[in-house]
Design a protein around this ligand. Structure first.
Ligand code: ATP
Length: 586
C-alpha cells in the first residue's frame, strides 16, 4: 500500500473541522487498506506505532530530524533551520525543500506504508551508542524516496506533531461503517476497545472477521481495561436515591489508582491513564504476586502511601516521590505503600466485567489474602443516610478523600471507559486548613508494630474543655517522632500511667495504655475535620460528631512549660474549624 494514499487522507482531514467529513475520509482510507495492515494504519492516524500502554514513544528530537531533512534534500543544516524559523513547522519545511529537489531528480522508489512503519519503528527502538547516527540515516533514507507531501507527514508523525484531531470514537465510527455493516455496530466495537485499550487490535479483528469476530470479545491479561469512573453528588440522601435506596459505600482512598494484571509470577501495573507503572511500584507488584491468590487475575486497587509502624495513611503527595526514576529504591524504603483492592475484573480465564458488583465483590473477598499491606477497600452496605454520613466522616478522618458509593443493582456491571451513575463519589465541599500548631495533652497510647514494637505506635491526644474540666480526644498521632523521641516518651509517661481511662478524659476509643492528663506536646495537622470517633466539641458543629485533626504530626516540641489545663481548648479547636473553612473545587 502506498503511503501517499495515507498522506492524501491526512491532508483532507486537516482541511475539515466537521467530524462527519472526517469520518467519511477515514472510512475511505480503511476500505482501501489491506486487512493485514489496518492495525498499523489505525495507529499511524493517531500519531502512534503501538497502543499507549506499550510505552513505546515515537518521538524524535527536532534537532535530529533537521539533520535528516538536510541530508535528504542535499542542503546545509543552516538553510533548513532558517526556513524552519519562518514556517514554525519542520514538516512544511521538509516538504518545501524536497519539492525543489524533485525538479532535479529522476528516480524514486515509491514509499509503502509497510516501509514507513518499519522505519519509524526502528527509529523508536534504536538506543545506545551510535543510535543518533542510526536514527538520522534511517529517516534520511525514507525522506529521500518520499514525495514532498509524504515527507511532511512523516516528519510531523516522528516529531509528535501530527495532531489530526481524530478522536478514538471517530476511528470506531469509521471502522463500524467500513467493516461492521454500519454505525449501529459502534457499541460492539466500543466495548472491545474499552476492555482492551487497543484500537489497532479491534480494527484488525473487525476487518478480518467482521463484527461477529468482536461479539464475544473478552478482556485479556496484559491489555489494560479502560477505567470505570464515578459521577459526583453532595449529599447522602441524593446518593441513596440515585442508587435505588441502598448501596455499597467504600472508602475513597487518596492514592494512585492501579489496575494490576497478574499472570503467574508476571505482574503488570497500569495507571488510571493506562501507562505501565510497574517500574514505579515494584513493591506493589510484589504484593499482588504474593497476596492475590489466583494464578491469573485482573484487579483494581488504590495504592496508598502508609506508615508501616502505625498503619496510618499518609497524604497523597508522598506518592509523588515515585515519579522520579532515580529515587525509586529510596522511595520504596521511605514511602512504603499499601493496596486497597476495590474491584476484580478477571480471574483464571473468566471475564467478570459483565457481572453485577455484588458478585464481583464476593469474588474479591475470596481472592485477596488479607494482610497489613493488602486489604479490601473498607465498605458498608447501607440504606440509611445518617449511617452513610457517619461512615463518610470516618473515612475523611482516616486520611481518605471521602466515599465511592456503588450500585448493587442487577445492572451494576463494570462500565469500562465511562463515567456513569453506577458509582457516585462523595467528597467534601468544604475543607478547613490548619495553619497553626496546637498544644495537646497525652491521655493514652497504642502499642507499636514493626520497628516500633516495644514502644508506642501512636499517642491519643486531647484538647481541654475548661467549662466541664474534661479532656476531649482530638487525634491519634503516630508521625513526627524521631527514634530518640520514641525512646524518651515511654520513660517520660511511665509515672503518669494508670489502669483505666482517667475520669476527666472523654474518649470513645479504647487505648492500650491510659495516662492521667499531665504531659503536653505540640502537634500540627493538615486540617480539622468532623469526626465520629473523637469527642472534641461533640455536637458543636453537627449532632453526634466531634472534631479531629487529620494527618497529625508531632512538631518535636515538648511543652514542659505548660500544664494540661494550658492545652489548646475545645473552643479554640471549634473556632479554628469554623474560621478556616474554605470551599474546595471538584
Ligand atoms: P478524583 O480526582 O475524584 O479521584 P477521578 O476522575 O480520578 O476523580 P473518579 O472516577 O471521579 O476518578 O473517582 C474515582 C477514583 O477514586 C478512582 O479513579 C480511584 O482512583 C479512586 N478510588 C479510591 N478508592 C476507591 C474505591 N473504593 N472504589 C473506586 N475508586 C476508588
Amino acid at each position: 500500500m502506498r503511503y501517499l494514499l495515507v498522506a492524501n487522507v491526512y491532508e483532507q482531514i486537516e482541511n475539515t473541522t466537521k467530524r462527519l467529513e472526517m469520518t467519511d475520509y477515514l472510512v475511505e482510507l480503511f476500505k482501501k487498506t489491506p486487512k493485514n495492515l489496518i492495525d498499523k494504519v489505525v495507529y499511524l492516524t493517531q500519531g502512534k506505532l503501538y497502543p499507549d500502554f506499550m510505552g513505546i514513544e515515537i518521538g524524535m528530537a527536532e534537532k535530529l530530524a533537521i539533520r535528516a531533512v538536510a541530508r535528504a534534500a542535499g542542503r546545509r543544516i543552516q538553510e533548513i533551520e532558517n526556513n524552519l524559523r519562518e514556517t514554525g513547522d519542520l514538516g512544511e519545511t521538509a516538504q518545501k525543500f524536497l519539492e525543489k529537489k524533485l525538479q532535479v531528480t529522476f528516480f524514486q522508489q515509491p514509499l509503502t506504508v509497510e516501509r514507513v512503519y518499519q522505519t519509524l519503528d526502528k527509529i523508536a527502538k534504536a538506543s545506545g551508542s551510535g543510535s543518533i547516527d542510526q536514527k538520522i540515516s534511517l529517516l534520511a533514507g525514507i525522506l529521500s524516496d518520499a514525495e514532498p507531501k509524504e515527507a511532511k507527514y512523516i516528519i510531523r508523525t516522528l516529531t509528535g506533531k501530527l495532531r489530526l484531531g481524530i478522536a478514538d470514537m471517530t476511528v470506531l465510527d469509521a471502522l463500524a461503517i467500513a467493516y461492521g455493516g454500519g454505525k449501529e455496530a459502534r457499541p460492539i466495537l466500543e466495548r472491545a476497545y474499552n476492555v482492551s485499550s487497543d484500537l489497532g487490535q479491534v480494527a484488525k479483528i473487525v476487518a478480518e472477521s467482521g463484527i461477529e469476530g468482536l461479539e464475544d470479545f473478552k478482556v485479556s491479561i496484559g491489555k489494560p481495561i479502560r477505567p470505570m469512573l464515578a459521577e459526583r453528588l453532595s449529599s447522602p440522601e441524593e446518593i441513596l436515591e440515585k442508587l435505588g435506596g441502598k448501596c455499597i459505600a467504600e472508602y475513597k482512598y487518596d492514592g494512585e489508582r492501579v489496575q494490576a494484571h497478574k499472570n503467574g509470577e508476571k505482574v503488570f501495573l497500569f495507571s488510571r491513564r493506562l501507562e505501565n507503572i510497574t517500574n514505579q511500584f515494584p513493591d506493589a507488584a510484589e504484593l499482588v504476586r504474593e497476596y492475590i491468590k489466583p494464578k491469573s487475575a485482573i484487579i483494581e486497587a488504590e495504592c496508598v502511601s502508609v506508615d508501616l509502624e502505625t498503619g496510618e495513611m499518609r497524604p497523597f503527595q508522598e506518592l509523588m516521590h515515585r515519579r522520579r526514576k532515580h529515587e525509586i529504591r529510596q522511595a520504596i524504603e521511605e514511602y512504603p505503600v499499601s493496596l486497597f483492592v476495590f474491584d476484580v475484573l478477571y480471574v483464571d480465564g473468566k471475564d467478570l466485567t459483565l457481572e453485577p458488583y455484588p458478585v464481583r465483590h464476593e469474588v474479591l473477598k475470596e481472592i485477596v489474602d488479607i494482610t497489613d499491606r493488602v486489604q479490601i477497600a473498607k465498605y458498608l452496605v447501607t440504606d440509611d443516610p445518617q449511617e452513610l454520613e457517619t461512615f463518610f466522616e470516618e473515612a475523611i478522618e482516616n486520611g481518605c478523600e471521602g466515599l465511592v458509593c456503588k450500585s448493587i443493582g442487577e445492572d451494576s456491571v463494570y462500565q469500562a471507559g465511562s463515567r456513569g451513575w453506577l458509582w457516585i463519589k462523595y467528597k467534601r465541599d468544604y475543607k478547613s486548613e490548619m495553619t497553626d500548631a496546637v498544644d495537646l495533652t497525652v491521655v493514652g497510647a497504642f502499642h507499636g508494630r514493626g520497628k516500633r514494637a516495644g514502644t508506642y505506635g501512636a499517642l491519643l491526644l486531647a484538647a481541654y474543655n475548661p467549662e466541664e474540666d474534661t479532656f476531649e480526644t482530638v487525634c491519634k498521632c503516630g508521625s513526627g517522632f524521631t527514634d530518640e523521641d520514641l525512646e524518651k516518651i515511654p520513660k517520660m509517661m511511665e509515672p503518669h500511667r494508670i489502669q483505666h481511662k482517667h475520669a476527666r478524659v472523654k474518649s470513645k476509643l479504647e487505648a492500650d495504655i491510659w495516662f492521667e492528663p499531665k504531659v503536653v506536646l505540640e502537634v500540627i495537622g493538615a486540617e480539622i475535620t468532623l469526626s465520629p470517633v473523637h469527642t472534641c466539641g461533640t455536637g458543636a458543629i453537627r449532632e453526634g460528631s466531634g472534631l479531629a485533626i487529620r494527618f497529625p504530626r508531632f512538631t518535636g516540641r515538648y511543652r514542659p512549660d505548660k500544664s494540661a489545663e494550658d492545652s489548646t481548648t475545645v473552643k479554640e479547636i471549634i473556632e479554628m474549624y469554623q474560621s478556616q473553612l474554605k470551599r474546595v473545587g471538584n
